[in-house]
Design a protein around this ligand. Structure first.
Ligand code: FAD
Length: 282
């Protein structure tokens, strides 16, 4: 679609006001618009409205929607298991020039099959903050975010303003693993894991899978099999046998091969997260 107006508001309020008009849509990193074209003739650039901040609050890490993937490092996010998972997910996204453009909000809103941040958000029990003119900010849990594509679930004037991550207490371990055919290709499988261990027993497990279904999903049967016992390699291997996600067809690899790779990647990711949670005692 031909772009007739490109607007640079300087505040969130101004951006929300502009987005409430017809035929208008937000643009952030522009990586989709440059490949697929604009969705509306009027584009509102949201990179100068104060959404490029990271805030470490009480029990929560808030990452503004305009923060670039390249800035999702432990240096900017601080040291926590949650920050580590986001940083690991972001570090392997696309290429360095693209990571300098891709934003957190764009990655969550576009929600393509291989998007990495929604997978990490799902494993971290995160919420996505959404705002629109004349309404109070809304928090949408990552589980709801991936259940229905945001393009269908949200009004077109809604803007993703932040990714909010609860910083959970206890002995936590995380890991983000992906499989792809070459370093610059999209993932064929990605797995985000967050586990909490208390007195040697797994008390919480979240295993999120990306790139294998149209939108990320949780491996709930695997999570249930992990909780309630020690995270030994034998228990982890047994839990992964409960993996019951049907892998979508992909022209690069047969579902059978990808299912096998998914199981191996999931096992490795859980093992690494467990070792991090227990300081290598798992
Ligand atoms: C070659 C290539 C390889 C890639 N590889 C990966 C990869 O391995 N992993 C990965 O995770 N990503 C990857 N990406 C990035 C991903 O596919 C999207 O291009 C990117 O996440 C979009 O972010 P953006 O900030 O550029 O959004 P934009 O292109 O600016 O916008 C994308 C869409 O989201 C909407 N939007 C943007 N910001 C907001 C907001 N705050 N609120 C509401 N709607 C918004 C826009 O209106 C538009 O419809 C790759 C991209 C390319 C081009």
């Amino acid at each position: 679609m031909r772009v007739t107006e490109y607007l640079y508001p300087e505040s969130l309020e101004a951006a929300l006001r502009l987005l409430a008009a017809p035929d208008t849509s937000p643009i952030a990193g522009g990586t989709v618009v440059s490949l697929e074209g604009a969705r509306a003739p009027r584009l509102v650039d949201i990179t100068r409205i104060g959404l490029d901040q990271v805030t470490l609050g009480q029990g929560e890490l808030l990452i503004g929607a305009a923060v670039r993937a390249a800035d999702l490092t432990l240096e900017t996010l601080g040291a926590s298991p949650e920050a580590m998972l986001i940083a690991e997910a972001a570090a392997g996204m696309a290429t360095t020039p693209l990571r300098n453009a891709i934003t957190v909000g764009g990655n969550l809103a576009y929600l393509c099959g291989w998007a990495d941040l929604p997978v990490a958000a799902l494993a971290l029990d995160a919420s996505i903050e959404v705002q629109q003119e004349g309404a109070a900010p809304q928090l949408r849990p990552a589980t709801a975010w991936v259940a229905q594509h945001p393009r269908a679930a949200l009004p077109k004037e809604a803007l993703v303003t932040a990714l909010r991550l609860p910083l959970k207490p206890g002995a936590r371990g995380v890991a983000y693993h992906r499989f792809r055919a070459s370093a610059t290709e999209n993932a064929l499988v990605s797995v985000a894991v967050a586990v909490t261990v208390a007195e040697g027993i797994c008390v919480e497990a979240r295993v999120a899978l990306g790139a294998v279904t149209p939108r990320p999903v949780r491996a709930e049967a695997v999570e249930a099999a992990l909780i309630g016992g020690p995270l030994t390699s034998a228990r982890i291997a047994q839990a992964v046998e409960a993996l019951d996600v049907r892998v979508s067809p992909n022209f690069r690899m047969s579902p059978k091969a990808r299912t096998r790779i998914l199981a191996a990647t999931t096992r490795r990711a859980i093992l690494e997260a467990s070792q991090r949670a227990t300081g290598g005692q798992a």
